[in-house]
Write a protein that binds this ligand. Structure first.
Ligand code: PBG
Ligand code: ZN
Length: 352
């Protein structure tokens, strides 16, 4: 049945009619606000590549969290910027680490707000990789001089020479980090490293520590994307050599994303993240349809920066643009929206 019997415009003629047939909604209940915490006191340091976002000292972080809680945002996702870095990411799992102290402060001072912690090693490693570096692939085959040093060279690698991660050592440190966060009071832990088997390792370690009730939100399909640039500047986690392609996913693949998600769910993930969001909506659609489990879209720093930069030039209307993007993630099937616009979105939704 088609025109002239049917005229789809009939139901578009007023906002009240449009509201009645609207299929997708963005609600404050779905929002997760990422926050950056750093050492010091009374610090609110602007992040140049992410206008409107800050590195916060714990006192400022607590104030921010109170505001977010009052806006009815259910959860924050914490990223730590440590005092110092080393080759074993010691700052990630020490009892008095920056994230550990931040979680304790929020949980005691901002009841009613859930705290999710990003579990990774990159911001705590002197080399900026998400795992322990074994050695460079091909190092022993170069033939020039002795290839005995296991220390990574701080030089850019050719694209075919991916960094080699010491997998077992990495899983151990990730599990230690997750347990340490949960012991400090984290409500959920979110491993973002993309190592194989890390969900199982973390689940086992949490259970062994008596933390059977702490859910895991895994970055199940995390792509080796150019859209993380502003974030790496924000937390100073740009790899000193090589790239993350030997552990993050190839942007060309979607069947592989389904295998990643299947593996994480099998290993005990409670929520799976697809990251980035906007250029990977097809992945969200397929993961939601295939598994029917809670899915989170990570609206990453580069997606945020693009809109901010264009809006600053008057080329895009900022609020309308990001709202449309959040709606698209929901339409694709995302349940949770991890977005740097969470606070703005909560305010907008309150006004309406
Ligand atoms: C670190 C991590 C990254 C992001 C979240 N956790 C960056 C990376 O993998 O280099 C990206 C977040 C964003 O860009 O907003 N494992
Ligand atoms: Zn990492």
């Amino acid at each position: 049945m088609a025109y002239p019997v049917h005229r789809l415009r009939r139901l578009r003629q007023s906002e009240s009619l449009r509201r009645l047939i609207r299929e997708t909604r963005v609600s404050v209940d779905q929002l997760v606000m990422p926050l950056f915490v750093r050492p010091g006191a009374n610090i609110r340091m602007a992040i140049p590549s992410m206008p409107g976002q800050f590195q916060l000292s714990i006192d400022q972080l607590v104030r921010e969290c109170q505001e977010l809680r009052d806006l009815r945002i259910p959860a924050v996702l914490l990223f730590g910027i440590p005092q110092s870095k080393d080759e074993r990411a010691g700052g990630a799992y020490t009892k008095d680490g920056i994230v550990q102290r931040a979680v304790q402060a929020i949980k005691t001072q901002v009841p009613g707000l859930s705290v999710i912690t990003d579990v990774c090693l990159c911001a705590y490693m002197s080399h900026g990789h998400c795992g322990v570096i074994q050695r460079e692939k091909g190092e022993g085959r170069r033939g020039k001089g002795k290839a005995t040093s296991r220390a990574p060279r701080p030089s850019p690698l050719a694209p075919e020479q991916g960094v080699v991660i010491d997998h077992d050592a990495t899983l151990e440190l990730l599990a230690k980090t997750a347990v340490s966060h949960a012991r400090s009071g984290a409500d959920l832990v979110a491993p973002s490293d993309m190592m194989d088997g890390r969900v199982r390792a973390i689940r086992q370690a949490l259970d062994a520590a008596g933390l059977t009730g702490t859910p895991i939100m895994s970055y199940a399909a995390k792509y080796a994307s150019s859209l993380y640039g502003p974030f790496r500047e924000a937390v100073d986690s740009t790899p000193a050599f090589g790239d993350r392609k030997s552990y993050q996913m190839d942007p060309a693949n979607v069947e592989e994303a389904l295998r990643e998600v299947a593996a994480d769910l099998e290993e005990g993930a409670d929520i799976v993240i697809i990251k980035p969001a906007l250029a990977y909506l097809d992945v969200i659609v397929r993961v939601k349809q295939r598994f029917g489990q809670p899915v989170a879209a990570f609206n990453v720093s580069g997606e945020y920066a693009m809109v901010k930069a264009a809006a600053a030039r008057g080329w895009l209307m900022e609020r309308a643009t990001w709202f449309e993007m959040l709606l698209a993630m929901r339409r694709a099937g995302a349940d949770l929206l991890i977005t740097y616009w969470a606070k703005d979105a909560a305010k907008l939704l309150r006004e309406r």
